[in-house]
Write a protein that binds this ligand. Structure first.
Ligand code: NAD
Length: 332
């Protein structure tokens, strides 16, 4: 039986808590949050702490889930790794590429396993498209477009003021909402981004330090071109859209369905499930990824998303920000 703990019982912490509780081979042994009001939301049987170091000392744990504001990801992960604990870490890996480079050393340095929560890689639509693209059957990818159009209210930032502070969030819509889409763009491309131009803006007048809107143009090493748009200034949360063109086919991922486009005809290739344990836009693969990671912890066999996988999307974000600041093309 895997004994799990969770740090940060906020919006996503509750999704993790429900996911852990739904697994037959796991128990949520402890929860840590500095906000005392969260104690009443802790599932029965789990011990509440307001200091994660104390939780690490007192509890016998196999894994700790980090569901904290971005600036606390690396310090909490380092403390957990020093305590010899395996880690399931929410995205982003860290505040920026520089800090992320330190994060990826933790697994080897402390001999622990760390799974990064890029759960959308496990969506059936993603898995199907990846298999098709990487089979080589449709030829090389030539272009990809990723688009995120969501809405985040003033209240969303008031509920978690860290989300609007650059030193605590590391940015706005790119690192917080659209990082999954950036990750999927480079994952589907199967090739590193080499050149980036981009622009970021604050369209909503919330007085935040972070961007709410961003555009990026990417050149991948294999020659494919990518266009990325993201905004949380839309009137609602629309489903993420990804369009891809290969030498021999065109694909569209929208409304949580994967289509192959043949002129006017849209052939349905895969669908994601319609029931969600959190917001629909998070997708439904948290529990799948957590389950896979726990299996690796139990048996030593299997696959999970290594921390290194979090580096490309952070590099894309850093480059869009740098290009927006300087007006120049950034070589990654
Ligand atoms: N994978 C996804 O689809 C997805 C979706 C939403 C959020 N997230 C990520 O989850 C993380 C948390 O985001 P959120 O929206 O749930 O934030 P949140 O502000 O709702 O929750 C953070 C919680 O951490 C607690 N906290 C702060 N400092 C602490 C400390 N030192 N020790 C213990 N607890 C502390 C806060 O009291 C709060 O309850 C972020 O990294 C975010 O990007 C991921």
């Amino acid at each position: 039986m895997i004994r799990a703990a969770l740090i940060g019982l906020g919006v996503i912490g509750k999704v993790h808590s429900a996911a852990i509780e739904s697994l037959q081979n796991a128990v949520l042994a402890a929860v840590c949050d500095t906000d005392p009001s969260k104690k009443s939301q802790v599932p029965s049987g789990a011990v509440f702490y307001d200091d994660y170091e104390e939780m690490f000392r007192r509890e016998k744990l196999d894994v700790v889930h980090i569901c904290l504001p971005h600036f606390l990801h690396y310090p909490a992960a380092k403390a957990a790794a020093e305590a010899g604990l395996n880690i399931f870490a929410e995205k982003p890996l860290a505040l920026n590429g520089k800090e992320a480079a330190e994060f990826v050393k933790l697994e080897d340095r402390y001999g622990v396993k760390i799974c990064l929560c890029l759960q959308n890689r496990l969506n059936p639509t993603t898995e199907t498209l990846c298999r098709l693209l990487h089979s080589g059957y449709y030829g090389a990818l030539t272009g990809i477009r990723g688009s995120v159009s969501w809405y985040r209210s003033r209240e969303y930032y008031q509920a978690g003021p860290w989300r609007g502070i650059m030193a605590q969030a590391g940015g706005g819509c790119m690192i917080n909402q659209a990082i999954h889409t950036l990750d999927l763009m480079q994952y589907f491309a199967g090739s590193p981004v080499v050149r980036v131009r981009g622009s970021i803006a604050q369209i909503l007048d919330y007085g935040l330090e972070v961007e709410d809107t961003a555009v990026g143009h990417f050149e991948f090493e294999n020659g494919a071109a990518g266009l990325f748009t993201a905004s949380v200034a839309n009137y609602t949360d629309e489903n993420v859209e990804l369009s891809l063109r290969c030498e021999g086919a065109e694909f569209s991922l929208r409304d949580r369905k994967l289509f192959r486009l043949r002129g006017e005809e849209h052939e349905l290739l895969a669908s994601d499930t319609a029931e969600f344990s959190g917001k629909a836009v998070y997708g439904n693969s948290h529990v799948k990824l957590i389950g896979r990671f726990y299996q690796v912890l139990e048996t030593g066999e299997g696959w999970y998303i290594r921390p290194e996988e979090g580096l490309p999307s952070l590099a894309m974000i850093d480059a869009v920000r740098e290009s927006s600041r300087t007006g120049a093309t950034v070589c990654v």
